[in-house]
Design a protein around this ligand. Sequence first.
Ligand SMILES: [Zn+2]
Length: 166
Amino acid sequence: MTDIKTPEERSRNMAAIKGKDTKPELIVRKYLFSKGLRYRVNNQKLPGSPDIVLRKYKTVVFIDGCFWHGHEDCKYFRLPKSNVNFWRHKIAMNIARDYSNNVDLKLAGWIVIRIWECEIRTKSNRENTLLNLYRRIIGMPNYEKSYAGNIDIGLIAADSDLPYGK
Ligand SMILES: [Zn+2]
């Protein structure tokens, strides 16, 4: 097959690909792979296009950017000084969409794990975050509760009303 893309198209594709592979995501993927887990990435058929899909464990993982997903009290989440209302609204809409995707995924039997970008980006947190993520995925009972609270779907109050995929 011949590659009929123009150089311009090709560089645009490369940029798009680059955008998908944000660094925290790569760190998480590499770690899980090193632990022997196999997964698919950016599955666009599932609600919210989860960053990592582990079918064997019926688990999806999102690595949420602190700005776009509105990580409260996080140093990476600072609203721009101009157009504050615009940004506030935009991020509120993102949070609402995350919530809706969480519900849809859970109803479809998926376990949903969300981790914040800052938990990977900050070196002091990284190791702990990754280890707990791994434990959570494979269903080890003793993952840290505080961490689990963080990555579980805190947005859904009546969590137990929704079915898990186990
Ligand atoms: Zn954060």
